[in-house]
Design a protein around this ligand. Structure first.
Ligand SMILES: N[C@@H](CCC(=O)N[C@@H](CS)C(=O)NCC(=O)O)C(=O)O
Length: 253
């Protein structure tokens, strides 16, 4: 089958799917979208993904959206090598992790990502232009309007950090018995959250887990995998696209 991934190099949701495709050994081509040029908002792209976000998988004539749905689809389509247990209870535990990651760290990491890096795209916009930019996003309108052109406040940064710390401590306690991965074996649960940790490290926030041996071990084991290295080609990191990362907020709190 012909497999095309519409995605963006730096997008953590896209990275999840790229890791999974590489783990499965599925040959795919990439259509790279420039998210700040609005490639995800064109009528052509929205006819594939009405949410106006990446990733989207095109598998012959099948269109699948949402990164977690895509990785579960790939797992069911091609069960070997396995990225989930055959035991139904362990599969349920894997999905619990995935839902938690979608609800807690995935939105939380957007806050430092915007404040420290992406805000620069709005520097030359006036308030009206920024409002129109926010309005153009089918799923992210509220996120942009809440953030505003000058970024999240220190308090909101702290709240995001607290949610990330909660994630770290939950994961550390799950692996406190010495296991390497979240469940017995490497699975979609690890793949689901790994790009968030790589993003945090890139943003200079690895202090959030530096004193958590279980996370340090987990992170090193995941990073060593060939699929992860292949998925993170040059330009996948924000520092590779934007250079050194520092505080980019334009106004004080
Ligand atoms: N739940 C969706 C979320 C996808 C998502 O938010 N993608 C981001 C990049 S990681 C995006 O395309 N943003 C485009 C925008 O903000 O306009 C998924 O997991 O696929």
């Amino acid at each position: 089958m012909n497999t095309v991934l519409y995605n963006a190099p730096q997008s953590t949701c896209s990275q999840k799917v790229r890791i999974c495709l590489w783990e499965k050994g599925i040959v795919f081509t990439e259509e790279k979208l420039d998210l700040f040029a609005g490639d995800q908002l064109t009528p052509e792209y929205k006819s594939l993904n009405p949410n106006g976000v990446v990733p989207t998988l095109l598998h012959d004539d099948r269109v699948i959206v949402d990164s977690s749905v895509i990785i579960e689809y790939l797992e069911e389509l091609q069960p070997n090598p396995a990225l989930s247990s055959t035991d139904v209870y362990t599969r349920a535990k894997m999905r619990e992790w995935m839902r938690f990651f979608e609800e807690v760290p995935t939105p939380a990491v957007r806050v430092p990502s915007y404040n420290l890096v992406f805000l620069r795209h709005f520097r030359n916009m006036n308030d009206e232009e920024f409002a129109a930019f926010g309005e153009s996003k089918p799923l992210r309108k509220d996120f942009f309007l809440k953030m505003g052109r000058t970024g999240y406040s220190g308090r909101e940064m702290q709240q995001a950090e607290d949610r990330l710390t909660l994630t770290v401590s939950r994961m550390a306690s799950a692996m406190s018995d010495g296991r390497t991965y979240l469940l017995n074996d490497y699975s979609l649960a690890d793949i689901c959250v790994l790009p968030t940790f790589i993003r945090l490290e890139d943003l200079g926030l690895s202090r959030l887990w530096e004193d958590q041996g279980a996370i340090v071990r987990w992170f090193a084991a995941c990073r060593k995998r060939a699929a992860v290295k292949n998925a993170f080609y040059f330009t996948s990191l924000l520092s590779e696209q934007y250079g050194p990362i520092g505080n980019d907020r334009t106004e004080s709190d």
